[in-house]
Design a protein around this ligand. Structure first.
Ligand SMILES: C[S@@+](CC[C@H](N)C(=O)[O-])C[C@H]1O[C@@H](n2cnc3c(N)ncnc32)[C@H](O)[C@@H]1O
Length: 404
């Protein structure tokens, strides 16, 4: 607690004038970059440059939000740099440049040393996979969004190690619920559902709370097969997985005491319809724990990144990201952040109106969340009033304990 009070004292703008937090210029620059990216010619070199620069920007953004400094001037500096880089790419591929180039004798392979070796490698990779499918919000039609998300995630979850699958989730879930005053004893003997269970490690964590039974449901086929195989191999009982959509769940009305829905509905076309279907399968008095994206500067920047890479083939960006040699969770985070077809962001008030309209009887916002050595969830950073957390993360992510 004293840590929170200490941070609270330090958090009053860190001695800077309030305009140091003004986002007008950041918003204008984001629009400028979106437009600049749209106006670039459509060719392999430009595609490669877009993917590379956005990855570079993402990594710098990661550093900025991790630091305690005012993010506004730092982000502005990066956006200006990006604007400059796109200007250079535009000049490189302009018609004028092309005409000058052809006048001087056109394409000569020995002249290629003018491009840096790195950039040339990027262009080679881009041309190799130029015809690869684009799996992004640009191509996602509303009616196939769920399947596209399922496929994207389905290819990733099975890459998780057994150690991550079996050992990571249980202490995490217990700490998360405990921090928000949920009595873990309540779960004993309950019938539970993990709706949009992904790789299944939270499903396993729910099982380890001593429940009677837990089912993990997800639209991705590969992850459901993988999770089933892992728990079967380990000889675990009371846990099963099913391949279905959250919008049409194969369960009777009023069948579950508890539903977990973590990070799923903001990747679907209709959050409210998903919450309604969960309401249907919950028993009266049963509980839902739901996590959805809040609205914040950090996510506005993520959307700008996504707009720029919307026509970049998944295989190209995935290749860059994979070659960074990161730990799996970071690879998963950036690949899905770039390519999941939909991300929606809600204010807490908007979400609470949805709960009310559906008929849920009560909802408590969970303001606390996990902090690990090098990582903190946004709502916990906001709760602790870490420097500039409000600027970066607004009111934080939305986590609710909801009762039917
Ligand atoms: C960000 S992941 C979250 C996974 C898991 N809940 C967790 O916290 O690790 C989103 C998951 O939602 C699944 N999904 C997306 N649309 C779905 C739908 N309509 N029905 C069921 N699952 C869906 C995806 O396949 C993916 O596994």
């Amino acid at each position: 607690m004293s840590e929170i009070i200490e941070n609270d004292k330090n958090n009053s703008n860190n001695g800077e004038p309030p305009e140091g937090r003004d986002l007008t210029a950041v918003n204008l620059y984001m629009d400028k970059i979106r437009t600049a990216a749209k106006e670039l010619p459509d060719n392999q070199g430009v595609t490669a440059a877009k993917a590379f620069y956005m990855l570079e920007f993402s990594l710098r953004l990661e550093e900025i939000v991790d630091s305690d400094e005012n993010p506004v001037p730092l982000i502005l500096e990066e956006l200006r740099l990006l604007d400059y880089k796109f200007g250079r790419v535009k000049a490189l591929y302009s018609d004028d440049n092309y005409v000058r180039f052809m006048k001087r004798g056109g394409f000569k392979p020995e002249k290629m040393h003018i491009a840096s070796e790195d950039f040339q490698n990027l262009v080679d990779t881009a041309s190799y996979i130029h015809r690869a499918p684009v799996v992004s919000k640009a191509s996602a039609k509303l009616e196939n969004v769920n399947e596209i998300s399922g496929e994207l995630y389905s290819n990733l979850w099975p890459l998780r190690s057994d150690e991550e699958f079996f050992e990571w989730g249980t202490p995490f879930l217990k700490e998360r619920l405990d921090l928000n005053g949920i009595d873990l004893e309540w779960f004993k003997g309950k019938k539970c559902l993990d709706a949009g269970c992904g790789g299944g490690r939270t499903t396993l964590a729910i099982r380890n709370l001593g429940v009677r039974e837990v089912v993990g449901l997800d639209i991705g086929e590969g992850n459901i097969r993988d999770a089933t195989e892992r728990v079967t191999r380990a000889g675990l009982t009371n846990i099963s997985f099913t391949h279905n959509s959250i919008f049409e769940m194969p369960f009777e009305d009023n069948s579950f005491d508890f539903v977990m829905c973590q990070g799923v509905l903001h990747h679907t076309p209709d959050t409210a319809a998903g919450l309604k279907e969960i309401f249907r399968v919950l028993k009266p008095g049963g509980h839902l724990w739901v996590y959805l994206y809040g609205h914040m500067l950090y996510y506005d920047l993520i959307e700008m990144i996504r707009d720029v890479v919307a026509d970049v083939p998944l295989a190209l960006a995935a290749n860059y990201i994979f070659n960074m040699g990161w730990a799996f969770e970071r690879y998963l985070y950036w690949q899905t952040t770039f390519f999941v077809p939909i991300r929606t962001y809600l204010e807490s008030g908007e979400l609470e109106d949805i709960f009310k309209d559906i008929g849920y009887s009560s909802w408590d916002r969970h303001l606390r969340d996990i902090q690990r050595e090098h990582w903190i969830t946004y709502c916990e950073a906001v709760y602790r009033k870490y420097p500039y957390a409000d600027v970066k993360y607004g009111e934080g992510d939305l986590r609710y304990w909801v009762t039917k």
